[in-house]
Design a binder for this molecule. Structure first.
Ligand code: SF4
Ligand code: SF4
Length: 459
């Protein structure tokens, strides 16, 4: 049998299922096949009554082939065939993998921790290698590049949005759904002047990683984070801002390339990130980020990109802002005063991004909000919002994407028109807005509004 080329480092699974006669490891694929074979076919992922995220595509279709275990069954059949490379192009498998939204729900909720989001990444890389990637895939993948290097393209999403039905031919040409596209900000985030306080006076030093989405689309989120961290007394080093420490263009975690299976390009982005973060990691500083799908790439996808020791150090130091603040509360180091309006705040509803949930970060959100006296909040019990990166913007996925949102999330929002809404995922906020609700803000934007007035950033 021919040896199958692999694009990710699956060595973590080297010993998975070895010596177990029932492990049913497929013939081709080496350690990748072992990662697929960790599924024990319990069909728990087909239980729609369960709370949690897994598995959004099964929840809306009732089709077992579109559950995590269904995908495993199809992948095993392909990897056991006489021509595994060819069999990965099988239409039924392609459909099942196409409708996996890489939410990582299975990684946390499946009893054997099947990591289908990573398996999909390898699958996409294999597909691109054998069959190439569409122009739409290239367009979505290279978003961080063209936002910076083709400034005229920044206006395109707004133009397409305003064209209404006249924009249909362009949407058809690009394979885009008839849904609003996210519009880049006219004023992307740039770092304000460094703070004046000395390291001796500060609570500590942190690095704020500003991701592409916060920087280019919603700069107010990065501004709020900086304001909050400085108000708490931290010396903040910003990386990933518009001026860029990397001369070519600002840093990016590589998420948009990973979403399209472009592993080599994502690895190149990761190497740029590691180069810039290396001195901070050596100094032991925490790396704090805002967008779950970006920051958590440091802890998850980077493990499989064969990036060397520094990637391990980054995985240990990378924290979502809520995780960082919750740890600081635990260590009794967080020095923040909150000012709630005299009339109180409306109740707060929180929709967790799937990747936040997959690493258990909602516990940190709870801890942080509980530390603010007088704040009332509730978590929404819902699966994936259905936007999942570019998934919900793609013509053939729009319908199922909306069905995912309508499963639990949107009804829960409609029930509470009085509430403020927190959603830390860029895609989640965009999906909710496309469905007519413009309430969502990032948690840090709410927190920054609760700071006393005098703690603004000098710009
Ligand atoms: S993916 Fe997980 S939950 Fe689904 S059948 Fe396999 S082991 Fe069971
Ligand atoms: S990553 Fe999400 S959509 Fe994909 S199989 Fe796992 S739970 Fe289902």
């Amino acid at each position: 049998m021919q040896t199958m080329k692999r694009f990710l480092d699956w060595s973590d699974y080297e010993n998975a299922g070895m010596g177990d006669a029932y492990a049913d490891i497929p013939k081709a694929g080496g350690d990748f096949a072992k990662a697929v074979a960790v599924c024990i076919n319990s069909r728990q992922c087909e239980d729609k009554g369960k709370k949690g995220v897994m598995c959004p595509s099964f929840r809306v279709t009732d089709d077992p082939a579109l559950s995590t275990g269904g995908r495993v069954r199809l992948l095993k059949a392909a990897l056991n065939s006489d021509d595994p490379d060819g069999a990965l192009g099988d239409a039924e498998l392609a459909r099942a993998m196409d409708l996996c939204v890489a939410c990582k729900g299975c990684k946390r909720e499946c009893e054997n921790e099947v990591d289908m989001a990573m398996i999909k990444l390898e699958y996409l890389a294999q597909r691109n290698h054998h069959r190439g990637l569409s122009s739409r895939g290239h367009l979505f993948a290279s978003l961080p590049q063209w936002l910076h290097q083709r400034p005229w393209m920044r206006r395109l999403p707004a133009v397409v949005n305003r064209l209404g039905p006249l924009g249909t031919p362009m949407r058809r040409l690009l394979g885009l759904a008839n849904a609003p596209l996210p519009e880049p900000s006219v004023r992307p985030f740039t770092s304000p002047a460094p703070e004046s306080s000395s390291a001796q006076e500060s609570t500590g030093e942190v690095v704020l990683f500003v991701d592409t989405f916060s920087r280019e689309f919603e700069p107010g989120i990065a501004e709020s984070a900086l304001r909050l961290l400085r108000a708490a007394g931290y010396q903040v080093e910003v990386v990933g801002d518009r001026d860029g420490e990397a001369s070519e263009r600002p840093l990016c975690c590589g998420r948009t390339w990973l979403g399209q299976g472009m592993v080599d390009e994502a690895r190149a982005e990761a190497e740029r990130v590691l180069n810039v973060l290396k001195p901070h990691l050596q100094a032991g500083r925490a790396i704090v980020g805002l967008e779950p799908s970006c920051l958590l790439t440091f802890r998850d996808e980077y493990r499989l990109l064969d990036l060397g020791e520094e990637a391990g150090a980054l995985a240990e130091k990378a924290l979502l802002l809520e995780e960082f603040l919750a740890k600081e509360i635990q260590a009794k180091r967080l020095k923040l005063e909150w000012t709630l309006p005299a009339e109180g705040l409306p109740p707060i509803l929180i929709h967790g991004h799937c990747h936040q949930k997959a690493v258990g970060a909602m516990r940190s959100v709870r801890k942080l909000l509980k530390s603010i006296k007088g704040l009332k909040f509730e978590f929404i019990d819902a699966s994936c919002c259905g936007m999942a990166g570019s998934f919900g913007l793609e013509a053939e996925h729009r319908e199922i994407s909306q069905e995912m949102a309508e499963g639990a999330l949107m009804p829960a929002l409609r029930e509470r028109p009085d509430a403020q809404l927190i959603a830390n995922g860029f895609s989640c906020r965009h999906q909710i807005r496309t469905l007519g609700d413009d309430r969502p803000v990032h948690l840090v934007e709410l927190l920054a509004r609760l700071l006393p007035e005098h703690t603004g950033i000098e710009r």
